[in-house]
Design a protein around this ligand. Structure first.
Ligand code: B1M
Length: 211
């Protein structure tokens, strides 16, 4: 039974049916299907299929965008269930997708998981230039900065950001975590990041250790 609804969620995301996705996620929650299963086997499974089709030129940017919108509607429903909300914020983190990069689904998931472990999150959005990040670090009391990059062509902006923070004299004010599909542990070390994690849940666990 549960597989049926997870398949329906996947189908709704693939077709970009945002309202259906939201309703099906609500139905799955009511049927006591675990939030992580709904996320992994329904919502993200769909995006993996859409990603393959995108790569093979079977679907194009507009279709991917409407699927992304449906996926975001679904994850918004899951937010309270993915992790218990902390009552008093543990501390503050800044998150963004780096310059030149518009992908925000992974970033939003990381933000959600950080909030889930009790952190207050300042989200700077997507395509964020190093100068803007430097300004945010200077003016905020955040202890952790999370940089997301989804393209091999924008991974370099993670390094540019770390370099810009060093040049501005604020590199040691904050712990820098990097992630995103093309990013690796080795790359993270190479560019002088403090931590790399491959998924949103471990990003939250790792971030917590800095407080
Ligand atoms: Co884009 N895109 N895209 N795209 N897109 C990819 C990434 C790609 C792999 C598709 C492909 O060819 N197979 C490919 C990149 C190739 C490469 O560089 N290696 C690609 C390309 C080429 C492009 C364009 C250049 C296409 C074009 O225009 N010709 C263009 C670039 C635009 C730009 O950014 N300047 C583009 C555009 C788009 C859309 C706008 C259409 C849309 C984004 C919509 C949105 O985000 N609102 C889109 C999408 C949706 C994808 C795919 C299909 C899905 C990405 C996604 O959201 N995955 C993607 C193919 C794929 O991945 N299968 C693809 C789900 C998400 C949960 O995973 O973001 O990896 P992810 O996040 C994970 C982890 O990486 C980690 O946690 C998350 C899960 O737990 N994580 C972090 C992420 N950030 C972290 C930060 C941390 C820690 C962990 O900080 C500490």
């Amino acid at each position: 039974m549960s597989n049926v609804i997870l398949d329906q969620i996947s189908e709704a995301v693939q077709k970009g049916k945002a309202r259906d996705t939201k309703e099906l996620v609500q139905k799955a929650i009511a049927e006591k299907i675990g939030a992580k299963d709904i996320l992994d086997k329904g919502l993200l499974a769909a995006m993996a299929i859409v990603g393959k089709k995108f790569k093979n030129n079977e679907v194009f940017v507009p279709e991917v965008l409407i699927s992304a919108r449906a996926l975001n509607m679904g994850t918004a429903e899951l937010k309270p269930y993915l992790a218990a909300q902390g009552v008093k914020p543990l501390g503050k983190a800044i998150i963004c997708t780096v310059k030149g990069d518009l992908h925000d689904i992974g970033k939003n998931l990381v933000r959600m998981m950080l909030e889930g472990v009790g952190l207050e999150v300042q989200d700077l959005g997507v395509d964020v230039a190093p100068e803007k990040i430097v300004e945010a670090v200077k003016t905020s009391d955040a202890k952790v900065l999370c940089l997301s990059a989804l393209l091999t062509t924008t991974m370099g902006a993670q390094k540019d950001t770390i370099d810009a923070l060093a040049a501005a004299g604020v590199r040691d004010k904050i712990k820098i975590m990097v992630g995103g599909a093309p990013v690796t542990e080795e790359y993270a070390k190479q560019i002088g990041a403090d931590a790399y994690t491959s998924d949103a849940a471990s990003a939250a666990t790792a971030a917590k250790l800095f407080f």
